[in-house]
Design a protein around this ligand. Structure first.
Ligand SMILES: Nc1ncnc2c1ncn2[C@@H]1O[C@H](COP(=O)(O)OP(=O)(O)OP(=O)(O)O)[C@@H](O)[C@H]1O
Ligand SMILES: [Mg+2]
Length: 290
């Protein structure tokens, strides 16, 4: 079967509008503000990447987008409808593996449709397509413990995409992978996104990952997190790592993003935060390399 003959499910991509969203935890005087007055759009059919210092409140924002928690103020709407709880249309891929250890790669990928009683021929064809796309055809019968870390992450992506969410939300899904595996993952993931035309929201602390993947880059402040800048990453697709490294435009965007992140990190560094000083150190090393 040729790739083009595969009847992939057609699902409209969603658009999420976040307006004046704040989130605090705890009551009255003990309350801690984590997200402050955030306004941004996760545009339809685009890959929006959010980058911000560790501990700034990114996962908190993701829990709000997923509908696991409600904002303290402001609104979040998907295609004009308020988000009131979790939904299959907004699927979250977390850093931690969610693969079932007792299921093969193939059964893990088919888990969602099978649980819903939707194992149609179209779904099975789509599973084959995804297995190919993430390079796991030969590993379909293997169990998660028999896969490398990178393979597990690829299986996870296929397992999420088979559910055809209108928005895919990913919380640092490649954190902890070694640098080379991580870079390979970017190419696999970017390929899947380009192919699907879906709306994706991807959170990271890695500037190279952010610039390689993003159509739009949201740069966040320290906690309580706010949107510091929105940069359009107008670098042509499909992107190859080799091209990005030598692209003047990509390097310009990276430099601009880094200077904003640096400024943020320095602010809390001066307030004596350990997380911020680690962040400054990591980014200074990284900038020196490039
Ligand atoms: N349920 C909660 N109650 C109280 N404080 C919370 C709660 N959830 C998160 N926080 C606080 O919010 C802050 C931001 O956490 P969050 O996990 O959103 O950051 P993050 O940007 O995702 O960090 P990382 O990059 O390390 O993943 C932390 O200081 C955390 O202690
Ligand atoms: Mg987080």
């Amino acid at each position: 079967m040729s790739e083009s003959s595969i009847p992939r499910p057609v699902v409209a991509a969603g658009e999420i509008v976040v307006s004046g969203v704040s989130k605090s935890y705890g009551a009255a005087q003990l309350s801690k503000e984590v997200v402050r007055d955030c306004t941004f759009t996760i545009e339809r059919g685009k890959l929006t990447v959010m980058i911000g210092p560790s501990g700034c409140g990114k996962s908190t924002l993701i829990r709000l987008l997923a509908g696991f928690e409600r904002p303290s103020s402001g609104s979040i709407k998907i295609d004009g409808e308020p988000i009131t709880g979790p939904s299959r249309e907004r699927l979250v891929v977390f850093q931690e593996t969610a693969l079932f250890p007792w299921m093969s790669t193939y059964d893990n990928i088919l888990y969602g449709p099978r649980a819903r009683g939707e194992l149609t021929q179209q779904t099975l064809d789509f599973a084959e397509f995804l297995l190919n796309k993430v390079g796991l055809q030969e590993f379909r019968r293997k169990y998660p413990t028999q896969l490398s870390g990178g393979m597990q992450r690829r299986a996870e992506l296929a397992r999420a995409m088979i559910n055809t969410p209108t928005v895919m939300i990913l919380d640092e899904p490649f954190r902890g992978l070694d640098a080379m595996t991580k870079e390979l993952m970017w190419e696999y993931y970017a390929g899947l996104v380009e192919e699907s035309g879906r709306t994706n929201f991807f959170v990271t602390t890695d500037i190279d990952e952010a610039v390689f993947l993003a159509d739009r880059l949201l740069i966040m402040s320290n906690i309580p997190t706010q949107v510091r800048a929105v940069l359009e990453v107008d670098v042509p697709r499909p992107r190859r790592l080799a091209d990005i490294v030598t692209s003047d435009r990509a390097n310009e965007i990276k430099t601009e993003a880094l200077s904003i992140l640096h400024e943020e990190a320095m602010k809390s560094f001066s307030r004596g935060s350990k997380a911020a000083s680690d962040f400054v150190e990591a980014y200074t090393k990284r900038s020196a390399k490039t």
